[in-house]
Design a protein around this ligand. Structure first.
Ligand code: SF4
Length: 390
């Protein structure tokens, strides 16, 4: 198990409290994207083609901490863009840790060795390094040779310095179970504290649309991987029921409000993956989003989604409601044989609405009237890794 006991207890106590308060919808993990700029340009990234004025914009320390306070979540995942390009990232991390939250800082690790002195190990802090597979697989996924070697060197350096280090792997349809299992063996041997996995989401703006997984293929792929992992001691960083869901054994509706996303546009509707409008505050997001319009079976863009940011919260809530089932999966691992759980009916889903350019145009118009922020140096663009939710 790659999730520290204190984190499990913290999240469990928080979820129980929400249930006792009778809250129907509540957030679990804040997805904080303080900037979109990145020093990679991954072909599967949905944030790759924003205009430069948007890529140069970032949330201030105050805006980030206000977002944490608005949600009251126990866990904050910082993504982007590449968070280490944000000059005030150490202050953002420190401010969130001071609030007693768990911080998962997602990074492609290209700047990690250079910036690591600005951070200190903390029991609630995890470096979450983006690694989508072995050397060839990862370099293909990030569209640049040599990135795997640099990320692994940074990972080992962070471990040596006493940090907790996870990897997160986003899987595409060219992933092979045998090869992924070998990769998980390799990172386990490197001493990673958690392996977080998720299938890629088919971002409508990603340049490469050919390599995203559909639901059936996702389930077969994860069954193939998990079958090879039995008894290997992989420390998985996702909840046991989310892994069981990936292996096709649970039918879950997504919980998009479980991982609310705050980025430079505001509070993203309805989830981390889809940007179909923005609210000015977390309260407005929760109260004015028409949640029933989204999710598998409700909306065409959701049809193939099995991503952690939509379904990990569903699995965590199920774990609290059915602890014996969760414990059994924890001890035995995901079921990798037999019939799969029923799939959600897609016949009544509404058609996709293509809304991307509206918020970009609006933000560009607003930026014309804002005082200029200093551009972030040394970056191209794109690249948001997956982040586990528990
Ligand atoms: S299924 Fe849920 S989490 Fe996935 S894209 Fe749709 S709304 Fe977002």
């Amino acid at each position: 198990m790659g999730i520290p006991l204190r984190q499990q207890m913290k999240v469990g106590a928080y979820v129980l409290k929400q249930h006792m308060l009778g809250r129907k919808r509540y957030p679990l993990v804040l997805m904080l994207e303080p900037l979109f700029k990145c020093n990679l340009a991954c072909s599967g990234c949905g944030k790759i083609d924003y205009p430069d004025p948007i890529l140069n914009k970032r949330l201030s320390v105050e805006e980030c901490l206000q977002a944490v306070d608005e949600t009251g979540v126990p866990v904050v995942a910082i993504a982007g863009g590449e968070p280490l390009l944000h000059k005030e990232m150490p202050q953002i991390v420190e401010g969130i840790l001071k609030r007693g939250k768990v911080v998962i800082l997602c990074t492609n690790a290209l700047l990690l060795e250079k910036r690591i002195e600005q951070y200190k190990p903390h029991p609630n802090f995890t470096w979450d390094i983006h690694l989508d597979g072995d050397k060839d697989q990862h370099d293909w996924a990030v569209s640049q040779k040599g990135v795997y070697d640099r990320a692994v060197a940074a990972l080992k350096d962070a471990k040596r310095r006493g940090f907790r280090v996870a990897i997160n792997a986003t899987l595409f349809n060219n992933a092979e179970p045998e090869r992924m299992a070998k990769f998980f063996d390799d990172v386990t041997a490197m001493g990673v504290d958690a392996i977080m996995v998720s299938p890629g989401y088919a971002y409508e703006r990603a340049p490469d649309q050919q390599h995203f997984l559909n639901r059936r293929k996702t389930k077969e792929l994860f069954r193939g991987i998990f079958a090879r992992g039995k008894g290997k001691g992989w420390k998985m960083g996702n909840s046991s029921l989310f892994l069981d869901f990936l292996a096709g054994n649970q039918t879950y509706n997504c919980t998009p409000w479980g991982n609310p996303t705050r980025n430079i546009f505001g509070w993203q509707r309805p989830c981390y993956l889809l940007g179909e409008g923005y609210a000015k505050s977390f309260k407005e997001l929760m109260e004015t989003t028409d949640w029933d319009k989204y999710g598998v079976g409700n909306y065409e863009k959701c049809a193939d989604c099995m991503v952690h940011s939509g379904f990990e919260a569903s699995a965590v809530i199920d774990s609290i409601k059915h602890p014996v089932k969760a414990m059994a999966r924890q001890m035995r691992g995901p079921k990798t044989e037999g019939e799969m759980a029923p799939e959600i009916d897609l016949s009544n889903q509404r058609k996709a609405d293509f809304v991307f350019s509206r918020h970009v145009e609006q933000t560009m118009a607003e930026l014309k009237h804002e005082p200029k922020q200093k551009p972030v140096r040394g970056a191209k663009h794109g690249g948001t890794p997956a982040v586990a939710a528990e």
